[in-house]
Write a protein that binds this ligand. Structure first.
Ligand code: FEO
Length: 405
């Protein structure tokens, strides 16, 4: 691919991964991109590399505007392999280049590569690099989303290269937000932002608020945000920053995600009256069957909703495996400010619903108890109970949601 100029002398030289459908377990139905950026100035500077399988593609892009052996600075914002696994190939081509990286980033690289012959400059927030007409400033962003992460701000271009933050797993023929919205829609772009945040950044909401405040305090003028995945924000970069702040402040819709699995449809039959009860209380209800839905989609729908009901049959006295897997995954994402409840069917002895509530307590979520349990098939009386449970839960969600308005 040819390099694409995003600011005078600054080029996107990344790669589009149309076929990616599984990003370490996170399902990516829209593929992704690995964005990296080349500054053609007195000192040729490359910011980030790409996933190793795509090295030849980024190399072609670099070659379309520059001789890659002329790279003298290599800035590494983040060492996760989708951005850093072709550093060795760049260093083979430009062995005299200096790598600008945080201290923890260097320690990580030392574990992945033989770095003994490489030149490093360890940087921290406020350190700068002059490439000629451009001044780069580094801003450490530890735990956003790895301990070594940082961003690079290019003052004269008013450009923030933000690594994973503000990114999306979205392969597209368009590079910029305005182009994407024209070809597709703002809601599709927004959905990709929420999906990415929910699955990767959910645990770090408090840090996001602190880091955004710190960047605002630095008084950096920003008119473009270029992440390491997906679309570059140039039309209204402040919009995505505000979107992040909203999510970090636990903004969600007053609706219910009804997430379940089922063995012989009994737990599934419970969802219909429950859904009706929720709707009759005026709330939207998104129903998701776990084995029919990628985990990352279920996580996103959980995150978009103020309330969530988990449906699980009992299997061998414990939760159904797909439900246990979902809740374990969710616990790692440290969700906050959501209200949850549980229901399910059982044959001989119960156990799954109790276990789901134990998991809610481990997560520190507000829980609506007791849940509903049904022996074998739900009877007409059980269905009426499920309907009432749905209504009561919806009322509780509406009341709880007021705390965040
Ligand atoms: Fe896109 Fe954290 O890697």
């Amino acid at each position: 691919m040819k390099a694409i100029e995003i600011k005078p002398g600054i080029f996107w030289v990344g790669a589009i991964d149309w076929g990616l459908r599984d990003f370490h377990g996170y399902v990516t139905p829209n593929g992704t991109t690995y964005n990296n950026y080349l500054i053609l100035d007195k000192q040729v500077t490359l910011i980030d590399t790409v996933k190793h399988d795509f090295h030849e593609i980024t190399l072609d892009s670099i070659k379309s505007v520059a001789d890659p052996s002329q790279i003298v600075n290599l800035v590494i914002n983040h060492i996760e392999p989708d951005h850093a696994s072709s550093i060795d190939k760049i260093m083979e081509i430009a062995p005299e280049a200096t790598i600008f990286i945080t201290e923890k980033g260097k320690k990580g690289l030392d574990r992945h590569f033989d770095t003994s012959g490489w030149k490093f400059r360890i940087v921290k927030t406020g350190d700068t690099l002059n490439t000629g007409m451009y001044n780069l400033m580094f801003v450490e962003t530890p735990m956003l989303h790895w301990p070594e992460s940082m961003m690079t701000y290019i003052k004269e271009a008013k450009l923030l290269i933000s690594q994973d933050a503000f990114g999306q797993h979205l392969a597209s023929s368009t590079r910029f937000d305005d182009e994407f919205v024209e070809c597709s829609s703002l809601s599709e772009l927004d959905d990709a932002v929420v999906d990415y945040y929910a699955n990767i950044l959910m645990p770090f909401g408090q840090l996001i608020k602190v880091k955004v405040a710190e960047i605002q305090k630095l008084g950096l003028e920003i008119d473009m945000i270029a992440p390491d995945h997906g679309i570059i924000w140039r039309r209204d970069p402040q919009r995505v920053v505000q979107r992040y702040l909203d999510m970090a402040n636990s903004k969600a819709s007053p609706r219910v995600a009804l997430i379940y699995d089922t063995m012989w449809h009994s737990t599934e039959y419970m969802t219909f009256p429950m859904m009706q009860g929720i709707k009759d209380e005026g709330l939207d209800c998104k129903v998701i069957k776990l084995r029919a839905t990628p985990m990352s989609v279920a996580i996103k729908e959980f995150w978009k909703s103020r309330g969530c009901l988990i449906g699980t049959p009992t299997l061998n006295n414990i939760m159904f495996p797909s439900v246990a897997e979902f809740l374990t995954h969710l616990r790692g994402l440290r969700p906050k400010n959501r209200i949850v409840g549980a229901f399910g069917s059982y044959g001989w002895g119960g156990g799954a619903v109790k276990e789901a509530y134990e998991e809610f307590r481990r997560m520190g979520l507000e829980s609506f108890e007791p849940g509903v349990q049904v022996l074998f098939r739900p009877s007409a009386e059980d269905e009426a109970k499920c309907y009432e449970f749905g209504r009561e839960f919806a009322r509780k969600v509406s009341e709880y949601h007021k705390k965040f308005e």
